[in-house]
Design a binder for this molecule. Sequence first.
Ligand SMILES: Nc1nc2c(ncn2[C@@H]2O[C@H](COP(=O)(O)OP(=O)(O)OP(=O)(O)O)[C@@H](O)[C@H]2O)c(=O)[nH]1
Ligand SMILES: [Mg+2]
Length: 318
Amino acid sequence: MLITERNIKLKAGNGGNGIVSFYKRRKGPDGGNGGKGGSIFIVSTSDIYALSDLSRRAKIKAGDGQHGMTNRKVGKSAEDLEIKVPIGTIITDKDSKEVFEVIDKDNRFLLCRGGRGGKGNWEYRSSKNVTPMYAQKGFKGQERSLYINLKLIADYGLIGLPNAGKSSLLKEITNANPKIGDYPFTTLEPNLGELGGKIIADIPGLIEGASKGKGLGIKFLKHIEKVSLLFHCISCELKEPEKSYQQVRNELKNYNPKLLKIPEIILLTKTDLKSEKEVKLSLKILKKLKRQILPVSIHNWDSLEKLRILVLKSFAVK
Ligand SMILES: Nc1nc2c(ncn2[C@@H]2O[C@H](COP(=O)(O)OP(=O)(O)OP(=O)(O)O)[C@@H](O)[C@H]2O)c(=O)[nH]1
Ligand SMILES: [Mg+2]
């Protein structure tokens, strides 16, 4: 499943304590310093599914440094951790409001600094005090409470009336796992899926008046403003498919007329529910719109394969 949002706590390791200790015979101090706590780094990756590794963990903690030892031995430092996040991730510290953007391929930066180890009593020896009875505690590792948000810009959009089968298609052709229901407005938030490195957005169904705030779709139209191709889903259950088409186009136009300029392909969906003759009739009606049309059904593997190929080779579409 493509994870695009996550709340997570990160805690770098604490430094180990310095210790108080003395050489047996010489009596001088020999308490060693504590080791350093592990730090946490963020590393960028082009794997857009990387956040799913974080999904099972609400808190990630790096190890603590070891305490100092006798004979001036420094405690072992803990290993640093690296957290992989996809390029396009925005990390916000919920307390300090600092924002970290992961933009480039080779980003690696420190997010939580591990605590320094405390000094052992050997470090505190002086001519005035040859037997210091104190040592320093290790410093605390940095802790952050974060909101991680992956801003994926969709390449393609799935649009249409509620219940047209948009989410079902996204589920079939990508590894997204959206909610599907036999009622309108099943999708409440856009779903994103990936196929061949392209991101497909499935937005909630649009209804008449959507551009004026009816239903849910309008506030999500911004997700498809920058797509290079729209898949306009029309269910072949509809008696007047061209009306459904115009309704949705009207809403696009009212929201932003530029949306009408985006190339589109019509998907006549749920073809298994109608006879071949009825499907042909719907196709004939829709042909008047002078768009490329693909009849599809989630129960027809061939049609889904054609759709996948269309997505993968969409540069061929003008
Ligand atoms: N028989 C059949 N049913 C389908 C097909 N595609 C979708 N459905 C069913 O149609 C209903 C609606 O599907 P969704 O994928 O949730 O539709 P949607 O367009 O995402 O709907 P909203 O999110 O409400 O806008 C569900 O009951 C699906 O199982 C299909 O090709 N054939
Ligand atoms: Mg849906």
